[in-house]
Design a protein around this ligand. Structure first.
Ligand code: NIG
Ligand code: FE
Length: 430
């Protein structure tokens, strides 16, 4: 195998240069650092050079035989897309709830009746490690085919230690075996298990005193997330859980203000969360507090779409100075999709973001939301060789022509993983 990859002559090469130190806000989100007729030289998995093709040819023209040369003329080249919020590792499927919701049942009604997250928890508890691994591996393949090269993955379909551990270990194994980087989050606080319904504080205690210390000790997660929502974890309980994580070195994240206003955005700012996610019902006070603290808003318009709710106000958040990122929220109940490009279309149509802003939100700002901006999210010398090539000739078309997978080629850590829209042979696992 050749150790270099040379992507040449892109119609537009989106570099997003210069924002590894802090997430982009306001007008910075529109500054994509585009190079026309741009090229990238990747060697040993790392980006070694980025610039106009003529300049790179002057340096590397004599080494073309050493490299896998990819002609990107007429195409859009971006940093590999980053998905900063998924529930990747789960078993089963919940299409029966889809019909119930279409007939009027709400997401919370279904969950409170023992379905929803509880149904997936049952299926995940019952699945073997190998079943979970294989299902999640296939999902990662689909992500890759949509141009995504890094995925955050939450536990939370265990609600008891053994299954939480199984999910986290599957995520760890996937990170090692699959080209996509999988970044792990502990989300033991995803729902109150039925047996703790009458005494939720006992479950909080179990999380704080046993599970969080074990997860941290085993090095199985970097982040600690909680579903702070009326009927699930209160802001007070969420704070206790997130502070416990912090004491053990886990960085806080929050599912905040998704269904009802609950001061989750305020709590994110108070505990110094790296991100607050969902935020459909976040208050202006909470949004302002997030802007002041630089908490990334990870917005999930696919979830709002699928739950037939009004999306978060992404436009307002950007205007108030919050760094905004986008994610699929890939999960079996509220957003069963891997298409980050479709989420980018929804970012434009449902949240008033511009095509340039949604690209920033799905690359460098998403990398910031998972503490990876020094390695991924932009095309800059020294970063991982994670690059996606789309079959469109400018960045606006990626969102404009929707419901179509425009991914042509994906380079991950300097190796070609997708070519002509298809996974390269050895990846497909069946
Ligand atoms: O982010 N809101 C809570 N958790 C997930 C949904 C999980 C599920 O329904 O299985 C979410 O939407
Ligand atoms: Fe989620």
């Amino acid at each position: 195998m050749k150790k270099a990859v040379f992507i040449r002559n892109a119609a537009q090469l989106v570099t997003l240069k210069g924002s590894s130190h802090a997430p982009r806000v306001k007008a910075e989100m529109s500054d994509l650092g585009i190079i026309e007729k741009g090229s990238v030289w990747i060697e040993d998995g790392i980006i070694q050079d980025v610039g106009p093709d003529a300049e790179l040819m002057a340096v590397y023209g004599s080494r073309l035989a050493d490299a896998e040369v990819i002609d990107a003329s007429g195409k859009l080249v971006t940093p590999g897309l980053v998905d900063p919020h998924t529930h990747l590792v789960f078993a089963g499927s919940r299409e029966s709830e889809f019909t119930m919701r279409l007939q009027g049942a709400t997401y919370m009604d279904i969950m409170n009746a023992g379905g929803g997250i509880h149904a997936t928890t049952g299926a995940t508890q019952a699945a073997s490690f190998d079943e979970l691994y294989q299902q999640s591996y296939s999902r990662l393949n689909q992500f890759l085919c949509h141009g995504v090269t890094t995925v955050e993955a939450k536990s939370g379909y265990g609600m008891e230690w053994e299954t939480e551990l199984k999910q986290l270990e599957v995520a760890k194994e996937l990170n090692q075996s699959h080209p996509i980087d999988v970044v792990s989050t502990f989300m033991g606080a995803h729902a109150i298990p039925t047996e703790y319904k009458q005494r939720p504080d006992d479950f909080v205690q179990l999380l704080v005193e046993e599970m969080i210390p074990k997860v941290a000790h085993l090095g199985l997660a970097e982040f600690n997330d909680v579903f702070c929502e009326k009927g699930v974890f209160t802001p007070e309980q969420s704070k206790v859980i997130l502070e416990a994580g912090k004491r053990h070195g886990l960085i806080p994240k929050i599912h905040a203000d998704e269904i009802e206003p609950y001061e989750g955005a305020e709590l994110a700012a108070e505990v110094g969360a790296i991100s607050a996610d969902h935020l459909l019902k976040a208050s202006e006070k909470g949004i302002t507090a997030m802007a002041e603290k630089g908490v990334v808003a990870v917005l999930l318009p696919g979830t709002a779409y699928f739950l037939m709710a009004e999306s978060a106000n992404g436009r307002k958040m950007i205007d108030l100075g919050v760094p905004v990122a986008l994610s699929t929220d890939c999960n079996p109940g509220s957003s069963p999709t891997v298409s980050l490009p479709f989420i980018m279309n929804l970012g434009c149509l449902k949240m008033g973001m511009t095509p340039a802003e949604v690209i920033t939100a799905a690359t460098i700002n998403a990398a910031h939301a998972i503490n990876r901006a020094s390695k991924i999210g932009s095309l800059e010398v020294g970063k991982q060789g994670d690059v996606t090539i789309f079959n469109v000739d400018n960045y606006m078309k990626l969102q404009y022509s929707y419901g179509v997978n425009h991914t042509d080629t994906v380079v991950k850590n300097g190796l070609i993983a997708v070519r002509g829209g298809n996974l390269i042979g050895e990846l497909s696992l069946s």
